[in-house]
Design a protein around this ligand. Structure first.
Ligand SMILES: Cc1cc2nc3c(=O)[nH]c(=O)nc-3n(C[C@H](O)[C@H](O)[C@H](O)COP(=O)(O)OP(=O)(O)OC[C@H]3O[C@@H](n4cnc5c(N)ncnc54)[C@H](O)[C@@H]3O)c2cc1C
Length: 464
């Protein structure tokens, strides 16, 4: 098989590719283990020049390419399909931080940099990245851009899209696309770099980007509020927004079932209460208030809070413990059978109606159903995962999945939401996209794909 690649491989270093079956297998399965594809070779280019060589070769030979970052995609976007002759270009070795500009507060990074590693480097300058995800130790900035990642600090800094100043990429025919600007204002016609953000590897390979970065402060206070009814969740949100506004760096929701799940990983919760809904709120001291904890405590003394329990972390250690509960939900969920994940967004004032109506219809359909409901409430984003934790046959599982998706997405549509808030489309939501996006949008998305990639070699079978 390596014969096909003979000439190309001569132009690469031998550490820039592998035929090792064991390594290849790891790169062919997605994080949740739901999609298993195949390839004969994985490339690990160390330079932009190497990527150009590989992509030009693939373009000439009509070989489909799967760009891969940290392979933490939750929608099967980063793995090849089975027996389709696709190759993987994994960006992990293209991982230099090209520039940290501490005057403009920007960073220029190559796409294979791991999000956590960039943050560690920025930390030295008391700066931080705008996004933070549960997968920060593995996901790469190129993957973050290609999926327009949201994450835990969206409420404060917005998605990655709102923080990208410039992008460098390799187009499907191997051409070099350079729009690596570092300026914030740039009104020079169509902003083409936006097309790469959220394109899930279908328009080209992102090789570098310049991002806005922010002042870092470790001075934060994490609060957990516990309530019985969803109505109280919304009034809590309003109360925090009006009292703490710009200090809020995260506002997360967790239902009882999802919090209980994490106890299986961590042992009994260290929270002094239990309820149907929990909100985790992070407040960060960006304005150098001298004693931030006291400031937060004093604010609470003035608030009238009824019918809810609340605990304020008293140390960074407690902050971390509280966050651990939220961050471990996706990991704890892995121990359940038959989980159908949904990453939806809804207008805030429709969320209660969505939860009630969907839960009612789901329970009517099958009383064994449990709902793992958590997410970034402050960004209108719910992870609404539905599970039957017992053995099902293949057919039973498929019927269950189709029915559940239909129920949930029909309410999402009725209540003016989106079927994918932050994880993207990949392979998982490809069929549904056609039903939940307008025909005009689909038509234009296909036309744009065709302009960039007329041979359809860049991550085919994903998104559209
Ligand atoms: C525990 C956990 C928590 C998560 N939390 C969040 C969250 O809060 N918010 C959120 O938005 N997501 C979250 N995710 C999903 C995932 O981490 C993000 O989508 C992340 O941005 C993907 O980055 P990656 O490097 O792993 O990309 P991959 O999974 O490798 O790839 C994702 C997509 O991007 C494409 N791609 C990757 N690199 C490039 C490149 N250089 N050029 C072009 N295309 C490329 C791939 O082809 C694929 O379609 C979570 C995942 C896990 C496992």
């Amino acid at each position: 098989m390596s014969d096909i690649y003979k000439h190309l491989l001569k132009e690469l270093k031998n550490t820039e590719y592998t035929f090792d079956k064991k390594i290849i297998d790891n790169h062919c399965v997605d994080w949740r283990g739901k999609y298993k594809g195949s390839t004969d070779i994985v490339f690990f280019p160390k330079s932009v020049a190497s990527i150009i060589k590989i992509v030009k070769f693939c373009f000439k030979k009509n070989i489909p390419i799967v760009p891969q970052g940290g392979n933490t995609s939750l929608v099967g976007g980063s793995v090849p399909r089975l027996n389709k002759g696709e190759i993987i270009i994994n960006l992990c070795k293209l991982n230099k931080i090209r520039e940290i500009d501490t005057i403009s507060n920007t960073v220029t990074v190559e796409s294979g940099c791991i999000l956590q590693n960039i943050n560690d480097k920025l930390d030295i300058h008391n700066l931080q990245m705008p996004i933070s995800l549960g997968s920060k130790g593995s996901c790469q900035i190129g993957g973050n851009i290609a999926t327009n990642a949201g994450g835990l600090n969206f409420i404060k800094f917005g998605s990655i899209r709102s923080n990208i100043l410039g992008i460098e990429a390799i187009l499907p025919n191997g051409e070099f696309y350079n729009d690596l600007k570092t300026v914030k204002k740039n009104n020079t016609g169509l902003d083409l770099k936006q097309l790469f953000i959220g394109s899930e590897g279908t328009l080209g390979i992102i090789t570098a980007a310049t991002l806005q970065i922010y002042k870092k402060t470790n001075d934060r206070v994490v609060i957990i509020v516990c309530m019985e009814k969803f109505k109280q969740v919304l009034s809590t949100y309003q109360m925090f927004m009006s009292s703490f506004g710009d200090f809020i760096t995260a506002f997360e929701l967790m239902n009882k079932f999802s919090v209980d799940l994490t106890e299986k990983l961590n042992g009994p919760l260290k929270l002094p209460f239990k309820g149907n809904y929990y909100c985790l709120v992070e407040l960060t001291n960006f304005v150098e208030i001298e004693d931030f904890n006291s400031f937060v405590f004093s604010k609470f003394e003035k608030l009238t809070i009824s019918d809810m329990d609340l605990i304020i972390a008293k140390s960074e250690n407690e902050n971390k413990n509280f966050w651990q509960i939220r961050e471990e939900i996706p990991l704890a969920e892995k121990f359940l059978k038959n989980v159908i994940q949904h990453d939806v967004s809804l207008p805030l004032n429709n969320i209660e109606s969505f939860i009630n109506k969907s839960s009612e219809s789901l329970k009517k359909y099958n009383t064994d159903i449990s709902i793992i409901n958590f997410g970034h409430l402050g960004d209108n984003n719910l992870h609404f995962n539905v599970c039957i934790d017992k053995d099902l046959s293949r057919k039973e599982y498929e019927d269950f999945k189709n029915k559940v998706n239909k129920i949930i997405f029909s309410y999402v549509k009725k209540l003016k939401g989106s079927i994918s808030a932050e994880h993207g489309i990949g392979q998982l939501r490809k069929e549904e996209l056609i039903h939940y996006k307008s025909p005009e949008e689909i038509k234009r998305m296909k036309k744009i794909k065709n302009i960039f990639d007329p041979k359809n070699i860049m991550n085919p079978g994903k998104v559209i």
